[in-house]
Design a protein around this ligand. Structure first.
Ligand code: AMP
Ligand code: MN
Ligand code: MN
Ligand code: MN
Length: 274
């Protein structure tokens, strides 16, 4: 059976490994297929493609795009994209600017909490790269404002907390068009992490289907067997393809690259289509 992980991050977004080190790790985990799906950037893909050749791994070029559906943020993993797509890069350039504006606002809010030079400190964690809440969370831990990442988010960075600023992302239906223009397939990432009611989740899936969505992530590193079964059933109900991914960000955590439960037999795997 093929070992497949279609959701992972490098330091081009909020992971900690370089794309080369990510592929090295994928080799050690004996992965056959890996998708690099950094948040809102394709900057890591070239290096990843070179390293994939060295380690004889099939690299799927991807990107995890933040978007808005029904006023909430959801993540769509785009798989098999042509990163030279003008339409795609136009969106990602806009997103970089939106993230920069948001990061500055987060910095201002944290300053008001007595955290000095918050923006500069977070900025220095990723040079001129894409700045995410994860960088802020790491900065808060490094500067002893939180004991770990989980607490950073809980204390400062989630909705209702003093450092929270909502992202100004594009609408889901527009993001799907951009992904398709770049030759990629849109997949809803970690569907259960949005904490929607079942009714709302069904509405999301049916609208996603109508907008041209291709699949959903049925298997995540964090999902228990019941959740996987639940998602597998919905996946087939909507005639979606199924994806699986660890959402690996960094070594030493609870989630390891490639370590994911198997996809239920009833599902049609997306990797046969890529
Ligand atoms: P952003 O796209 O800038 O809003 O940042 C979102 C990222 O923050 C996600 O992709 C996760 O990697 C990370 N994240 C969100 N919530 C948590 C949490 N409770 N603990 C650790 N990381 C989190
Ligand atoms: Mn992330
Ligand atoms: Mn995500
Ligand atoms: Mn992710």
């Amino acid at each position: 059976m093929l070992k497949v992980d279609l959701h992972s991050h490098s330091y081009a977004s909020d992971g900690t490994l370089s794309p080369s080190d990510l592929l090295l790790r994928a080799g050690k985990q004996k992965l056959d297929i890996l998708a690099l799906t950094d948040h809102d950037t394709t900057e890591g893909l070239e290096e990843a493609a070179d390293a994939a050749k060295t380690h004889r791994i099939k690299l799927i070029k991807g990107v995890e795009i933040s978007c808005i559906w029904n006023k909430s943020t959801i993540h769509v993993v785009a798989l098999g994209i042509d990163k030279s797509s003008f339409t795609l890069q136009k969106l990602l350039t806009k997103m970089y600017a939106a993230r920069e504006q948001r990061a500055k606002k987060i910095g201002d809010k944290l300053e008001k909490q007595g955290i000095t030079d918050a923006y500069q400190k977070a900025r220095s964690m990723c040079k001129d790269g894409l700045l995410t809440r994860t960088h802020y969370a790491r900065m808060l831990v490094d500067n002893n404002h939180a004991k770990d990442m989980k607490q950073s988010f809980k204390k400062y960075l989630t909705k209702g907390k003093p450092g929270f600023v909502k992202g100004k992302w594009a609408e889901l239906k527009d993001v799907i068009k951009v992904i398709q223009a770049a030759g990629g397939v849109p997949i809803i990432a970690h569907p259960l992490r949005y904490k929607m009611t079942n009714t709302k989740l069904n509405t999301l899936f049916s609208e996603f289907k109508n907008f041209g969505g291709t699949g959903i992530e049925v298997v995540n590193a964090g999902n228990n067997p019941d959740k996987t079964k639940f998602l597998a059933r919905l996946c087939n109900e909507y005639d979606f393809f199924a994806s699986q991914g660890s959402d690996f960000h960094s070594p030493g955590g609870f989630i390891e690259l490639g370590k994911i439960p198997p996809l239920p037999n009833s599902c049609r795997p997306i990797w046969n289509q890529l």
